[in-house]
Design a protein around this ligand. Structure first.
Ligand SMILES: [Zn+2]
Length: 328
């Protein structure tokens, strides 16, 4: 077993569908008598060649997830994986577009099932889960409005945030202003994917238009050191997913990844897996690779876990409960 397995971890950037274990999706497809065997390699894991193909494989895997009951089972499967990697608190992205097609009634049913599973998972594996609703950038501002309305109606102790995922190169953050204002007014905390496929300009546009507390990725800020200083000063938290960036070819390997430099320059970075089975990663592997690349030690990992918890969107009581676990 890895020396990092038992270290308590906090994860802030995980897409629920993207975290679906391959065996779970294969089982679900078999039950429904649907043949999606083409998306798996000989070893049983998801297999893809390049980014366009990755999106196809991801979509095919998601296609077997239909209805609140499937999501209930998915949440339990994902929580089990995360807990096995030592994660004690996790925030995962949920999409009202995938869960009920943007209809508020259908979304409420999905969310109830997800929430029930989260409570069940917390009892069985000791991991606390919270949800962040996301709109999908490439589906456009109208769909984002509907997603925001769904999220606003269900904001509370479980659904704590609102964000935007999807193709970063399409449209502009300002196109989604209405959705983000709606979510903010409902008390939801704000995060946004930026600085993965677009450089510093995309990050600046996102910060200006959507005023997020956290950025999904944000790592390409490193291409503009003035922006790095601004992020450090403002305390903007980066949900960094090194293994995902390496798998998708943004950086050659972990050593070439800017997480270490961003941390050194005072940016509040956190460690996350994004879509772990698709990128053959886990929180344990992220820790192992970061240890190998930058000689990060237990003290550094504990500090970043604490930093992630500080940036979590859950309420103060939950935070102090998790803080005790991080000390253990
Ligand atoms: Zn992501």
């Amino acid at each position: 077993m890895s020396e990092w397995a038992a270290l308590p971890k906090v994860e802030l950037h995980l897409h629920l569908e993207g975290a679906a274990p391959a065996a779970f999706i294969r089982g679900l497809a078999a039950e429904k008598r649907e043949d999606i065997s083409g998306i798996f390699g000989k070893d049983g894991n998801y297999a893809w060649r390049d980014f366009p193909h990755f999106l196809k494989v991801y979509e095919a895997a998601c296609s077997v997830l239909r209805g609140p009951q499937d999501y209930h089972r998915l949440v339990l499967a994902v929580m089990e994986e995360s807990a096995a990697a030592g994660v004690v608190y996790s925030e995962c992205f949920l999409s009202p577009d995938f869960c009920g097609g943007g209809d508020p009634g259908a979304w409420a049913e999905y969310l109830a099932a997800i929430r029930e599973a989260a409570a069940e998972g917390e009892r069985s594996c000791g991991l606390t889960l919270r949800g962040i609703a996301t709109c999908i950038r490439h589906l456009g501002p109208e769909r984002a409005k509907r997603a925001a309305l769904c999220a606003a109606e269900t904001a509370g102790d479980f659904l704590t945030g609102f964000g935007i995922a999807g193709d970063e190169t399409l449209l502009t953050p300002a196109d989604f202003l209405w959705a983000f204002d709606c979510a903010r007014e409902a008390g939801l905390r704000i995060t946004a994917h930026a600085g993965e496929w677009q450089g510093p300009g995309g990050i600046r546009d996102t910060l200006r238009a959507l005023r997020p507390e956290r950025l999904g990725h944000g790592v390409r800020a490193i291409e503009d050191l003035a922006l790095v200083d601004e992020l450090a000063e403002a305390g903007t938290v980066l949900e960094v997913c090194p293994g995902s960036n390496v798998a998708l070819g943004l950086y050659r390997d972990f050593r070439a990844h800017p997480i270490h430099e961003l941390d050194r320059r005072g940016v509040r970075v956190t460690i996350n897996t994004d879509d772990p089975p698709f990128f053959r990663t886990s929180m344990i592997r992220e820790y192992e690779e970061l240890h190998r690349a930058f000689d990060w030690d237990e003290g550094q990992f504990r500090r970043l876990a604490r930093q992630a918890l500080d940036a979590a969107f859950c309420d103060a009581d939950t935070k102090s409960r998790i803080a005790k676990k991080l000390e253990g």
